[in-house]
Design a binder for this molecule. Structure first.
Ligand code: AAL
Length: 413
């Protein structure tokens, strides 16, 4: 696998370095491309002197098989995480195992979403507004018991007095850390979102909260006018000038890598959908200070952060928005990611099973985990997912098999 990875990335590097044109169109028009006999065979090229634009792009693909390709299905959970009318439970954290039980943390609130049109001082503008962080435990990952609130919103006037939500767990050197999004004051369209941290000696708390946010949006964007319009800007600023979201801290190379989603003031729609990108901020200690990488943004697509360690580097699932959505990516240094597979789609807001043997194979950590579902715009609930690899494509009955290879029962072999 490691050899394959190397071959794949080398091929990618060769592919990119052979093209120094300014635009893709110029490449397609002007570049003289000479496919090898092996490439002609593999890509099924009819005439090497008449290459279509699509074939020229295919010639730049890395030589990677289906090691990073998965399909998935979702299912309902039982016990306290089953759907409950009138309650929002969403954005599950990763899962860890302590005291013989699985633990998960999540965003919880009650009541419908009123939106920005009404009394924003007293109503909920989003399902994740006016939330606190709760947690649940389970012996089998299917039936869950809600244990109570872990981290509450701050007192009036604090940076997190409106909502704390979209949490991730990190266990490091015997201590537990919850990292999450925060809103303080009025939740308006232009309100900036920050990231807070809480720590404890036990997964059952009590949790001590950081007095200040550990990450904030870049402050180099300029709004245009006073109307609460997130698209009206004089200057957009960095990719994370409006919101820093979906934080997840991974201990990596002796430091702490805080991955997050950035939203930009004046966000645009590009040819891949919403303009959403990920960044990373690095610290020497779990509590910070976190310094944003000068290489940010480190993705050109994505949404909820889903990252894990693999093969000495960091793997990332990119979903929902942007031209590279629904791809698995990998980076040797946690910063420079390359595409390893294009998948058909992924569960939303994944809570990874952090108890898995993540080095066994690239996507072992995705074999099962948690996700959430919009029952409707007001209420979401937490569900399970499982995924399987698909390494071959065979019809039912071939080789005496009872099912097509892509079926769930056959695919994990
Ligand atoms: C999710 C996440 C963040 C956003 C909202 C709740 O998909 O990106 O958590 O703030 O939606």
């Amino acid at each position: 696998m490691k050899k394959l990875l190397f071959l794949g990335l080398s091929a990618l590097a060769v592919g990119f370095s052979s093209c120094d044109c300014k635009t893709q169109t110029a490449c397609c028009d002007g570049e003289k491309v000479e496919p090898t006999a092996e490439q002609i065979e593999k890509l099924g090229i009819t005439n090497k002197d008449s290459l279509s634009a699509a074939t020229k792009r295919a010639l730049k693909w890395p030589n990677i098989g289906n090691e990073w390709f998965i399909e998935y299905e979702t299912y309902d959970l039982e016990g306290d995480l089953a759907y409950e009318e009138g309650v929002v439970r969403r954005d599950p954290s990763g899962i860890i195992k302590e005291n013989g039980k699985y633990y998960v943390w999540y965003t919880k609130s009650v009541g419908p979403t009123d939106g920005f049109g009404g009394d924003i001082e007293h109503e909920k503008v989003f399902p994740w507004d006016r939330c606190d962080i709760w947690y649940a435990t389970s012996e089998d990952g299917i039936t869950w018991k809600e244990e109570g609130m872990a981290v509450a919103r701050g007192d009036k006037g604090e940076y997190d007095d409106r909502s704390v939500f979209t949490v991730e767990i990190m266990k490091d050197k015997g201590k537990y850390y919850l990292v999450y999004q925060t809103i303080g004051g009025l939740y308006q369209v232009r309100t900036k979102n920050q990231v807070g941290l809480a720590w404890s000696d036990s997964p059952d708390g009590p949790w001590e909260k950081s007095k200040e946010p550990i990450l904030s949006p870049a402050d180099n964007g300029v709004w245009k006018g006073d109307k609460q319009d997130r698209f009206a800007v004089e200057k957009k600023g960095d990719f994370d000038s409006h919101k820093v979201h979906d934080p997840c801290i991974i201990p990596f190379k002796g430091k702490y890598y805080l991955y997050y989603k950035g939203e930009q003031m004046g966000e645009e729609i590009t040819f891949g959908g919403r303009q959403i990108r990920h960044g990373v901020a690095i610290a020497d200690n779990p509590k910070g200070p976190y310094k944003k990488s000068p290489y940010n943004p480190i993705s050109n697509s994505g949404h909820e952060i889903c990252v894990w360690k693999y093969n000495g580097g960091i793997a990332s699932l990119i979903t929902t928005d942007g031209p590279e959505k629904n791809t698995m990516q990998w980076s040797p240094d946690g910063i420079n990611f390359e595409i390893m597979s294009h998948i058909k789609g992924a569960p939303h807001a994944i809570g990874l099973n952090r108890t898995a043997d993540n080095e066994k194979e690239p996507t072992e950590i995705m074999r099962w985990g948690l996700t959430h579902k919009y029952e409707n715009y007001d209420y979401q609930y937490i569900r399970g997912f499982k995924s399987h690899r698909v390494m071959a494509h065979k019809a039912k009955g071939v080789d005496g098999s009872k099912e097509a290879t892509a079926s769930l029962s056959d695919a994990n072999k």
